[in-house]
Design a binder for this molecule. Sequence first.
Ligand code: ATP
Ligand code: MG
Length: 355
Amino acid sequence: MHVLVIGAGQLSLMLAEAGSRLGIQVDRLDPFSGDLRHGTSLDVANYDLDTLLARADILTAEIEHLPDNALVQKLMSAPRFPGARALRLIADRLPQKQLLDELEVPSAPWLNCDSASALDQATERFNGEMVLKRRRGGYDGRGTLLCDSDTPRPGDDWIGDTIVEQRIPFLRELSIVGARNNKGECVFYPLTENLHRNGILRLSLAPVAVPEVMQRSAEDSLRKIMSALDYVGVMALECFDTGDQLLANEVAPRVHNSGHWTQAGTDICQFALHLRALTGLPMPTPTVFGPHAMVNLIGTSFTDALQYSAGHRLHWYGKEPRPGRKVGHINMENHSADALRQHAHALLNELLEQD
Ligand code: ATP
Ligand code: MG
């Protein structure tokens, strides 16, 4: 089996790693440069696109924000790409929010911010407590503007291809990662608690102790979204826990940073699960081994990463460290969820001091 991944970053690298344990060859294609890498190799191989497509049994993507070039246009219309529809829709926050509304998946109240009067209307309706989000291209907090009643009116560049949401006073951020295969079968991991700083995920803790009904409600929401899009593979749903309910924040049609703990914390990690779903391999519900945490390394140097990860599991992506750049992560475990939370926060604080 050959799986062609659009995107050549760390998510594709970890898919390739998981593929090697399932006898699945993963090719990673950089959609900007057209460079191809086989498996976990860092060397670039040269193929013309037709040969590449002929070689691929199935296509998938590790990012939803793809360049609008001839290569991507051809890939998006290729056969055997079961995630293409979801990718197209989710890459734009406007149809994404519309889909959540249609499916009655609760999410933050919102408006299409396509004019100055729409922004005025939102400011009044949400009493200035709002979040502006560019429809396309946002990630790690880029393309997002948090406003409160004391913030001056956002500049005019926030009017147009933008949506505006009510700012939710959430207790915490949670996410659910699950997968659907082409028979419509779905499996899910337990809810994960996520801590962000400046819009970037820094720490995940799983499984979260939540009432069964909350886990079921998250699963139902994600199942509805995957089914509506006839999606195949792993998908993540980021949520706000308001205390009374879960509100969907955004959908990611791919393996997700908040699912990295599954590499150490389950018998089938999200990368293996994605490949199983795509290639029609059996997809049992993953077994969870106990409390696990994932701490992101943002702009950390390799030698520091080795120090910080002593006694834990380091994943290093081989990228040049730059401020704000995800260069690796550390998976940690502890039989006590409280002790794990403490250790993970201590590590995060050490890392934040280096920022
Ligand atoms: P990602 O990198 O996960 O794709 P993103 O930058 O594209 O993230 P969001 O996840 O929508 O965008 O927003 C980034 C963060 O901003 C959220 O994790 C949350 O902390 C905060 N945020 C977003 N929307 C709201 C909201 N409606 N109310 C309060 N906080 C919000
Ligand atoms: Mg997000």
